[in-house]
Write a protein that binds this ligand. Structure first.
Ligand SMILES: *[C@@H]1O[C@H](CO)[C@@H](O)[C@H](O)[C@H]1NC(C)=O
Ligand SMILES: *[C@@H]1O[C@H](CO)[C@@H](O)[C@H](O)[C@H]1NC(C)=O
Ligand SMILES: *[C@@H]1O[C@H](CO)[C@@H](O)[C@H](O)[C@H]1NC(C)=O
Length: 372
């Protein structure tokens, strides 16, 4: 009897193991039937540029947690800049001397692994093509990483599919590129020129009272909200605050970010700004909201509220305010600032200073600083 009882239990245990984990799409069962463009996706601005111990809390980082943590916590749009370094494509912030987060291929490989183990999630990548990579250069990195398996190519016309249908088809990665050369072939047609599909509000905001919902890019809809809304393009709401330092170099205002990303309260908070934009857009919610330091606020609260999601599942908790910010200036950046201060006060920086801040600042500074 004992033996039989034990055997009888087996099918039950097996059935439980096989039961699908949940039917949520992008962390909610309510989103499966929604189309890709009608929901709001939380975006991590400069996703691979992290301010943590691994970068000595570099001021050039504008996330406290890396890409796969972002995804696990609910971020579904990842932006990055690609630059050419030693004939390879790297993810660098403004310049590879300032911050180099490794190769495009290795970043895409991390995303591929995450998508392999999170089969019900639809992810978007937006690449800022700083050094003119060709569509086939970018495609090579997608092929090497294996991520090309998941790439979605829109039909030539028509609306976006539901999350569920993208998931069912296994084509659940959307890639926008700013900008592409004209060489897109049928093999690379999943690389979507951003401005054919997306419009954005202004992104260079240095005062918390200056966030604006007005279309800024592409130029075809700049300043013209009705043109933007009538186009089939998706609204991307930039919502991050810069502060400026000498030479007008801009870097993220991290001291105010818990307000900038908050669901309510305080000048320029994300929740009120998103609601204001939605109202100005005739009730249309932004498809993407792009923030720095995504875990602060937390920014996901505003996205959930726009999506009417009250029962998010399968997210990793990452608390706000849990990472030390270091001091006002990070390592390399601090060196740069000190060197520029010296140059400004009339004394030429020494070669040692130059080397110490990491090398060739010529392009970043526009050239012209003489060396001793
Ligand atoms: C805020 O916006 C106004 C109007 O566009 C502009 O004149 C002002 O310079 C902006 N302020 C800052 C700090 O960016
Ligand atoms: C960060 O933004 C807040 C709110 O606009 C402002 O009070 C503060 O001075 C900014 N910090 C810097 C260093 O600019
Ligand atoms: C959330 O609810 C509002 C108000 O009913 C509606 O306008 C909006 O389309 C909904 N958004 C989603 C993604 O369900």
């Amino acid at each position: 009897m004992k033996g039989l009882g034990f055997l009888a239990l087996l099918p039950l245990v097996a059935a439980r193991g096989l039961r699908p984990r949940s039917t949520a799409c992008n962390n909610s069962p309510d989103l499966c039937s929604k189309n890709y463009g009608e929901i709001t996706h939380l975006g991590a601005h400069d996703s691979p540029f992290v301010r943590d111990a691994s970068t000595d809390y570099s001021t050039a980082g504008d996330q406290y947690y890396g890409t796969t943590d972002q995804l696990s916590a609910g971020v579904r749009l990842l932006t990055a800049q690609i630059h050419k370094k030693d004939s390879a494509w790297h993810l660098c912030h403004s310049s590879c001397e300032l911050m180099d987060a490794g190769t495009l291929t290795s970043w895409l490989t991390d995303i591929k692994k995450w998508m392999d183990s999170n089969a019900n999630e639809v992810v978007t990548i937006l690449l800022v093509n700083s050094d003119g990579a060709s569509a086939s250069d970018i495609d090579s990195a997608y092929q090497s990483s294996g991520l090309n398996k998941y790439t979605y190519t829109p039909a030539s016309s028509g609306s976006w599919p539901t999350l569920q249908s993208m998931i069912d088809d296994g084509k659940r990665l959307v890639t926008f590129v700013t900008a592409l050369d004209g060489s897109t072939s049928s093999d690379t047609s999943y690389l979507l020129d951003e401005w054919n599909y997306v419009w954005e509000n202004p992104y260079e905001v240095t005062s918390a009272s200056n966030f604006s919902c007005t279309p800024d890019r592409p130029s075809s809809v700049s300043g013209d909200l009705s043109a933007a809304l009538q186009s089939s393009k998706l609204p991307l709401m930039n919502h991050f605050l810069y502060q400026t330092t000498i030479l007008d170099i801009e870097y993220p205002n991290s001291s105010y970010v818990s307000t900038t990303n908050a669901p309510s309260g305080g000048t320029g908070n994300l929740g009120d700004t998103a609601n204001k934009c939605k109202e100005q857009y005739g009730g249309r919610q932004p498809t993407f909201i792009l923030v720095d330091f995504f875990n602060e606020g937390p920014a996901i609260d505003t996205v959930d509220s726009l999506n009417n999601v009250t029962n998010a599942v399968g997210r990793k908790e990452i608390s706000a305010g849990s990472t030390s910010d270091g001091s006002t200036y990070g390592n390399v950046f601090k060196g740069l600032v000190e060197m520029v201060n010296k140059a400004k006060s009339g004394s030429n920086p020494s070669m040692a200073d130059w080397v110490w801040v990491g090398g060739d600042w010529g392009s970043l500074l526009g050239g012209g600083i003489a060396l001793n």
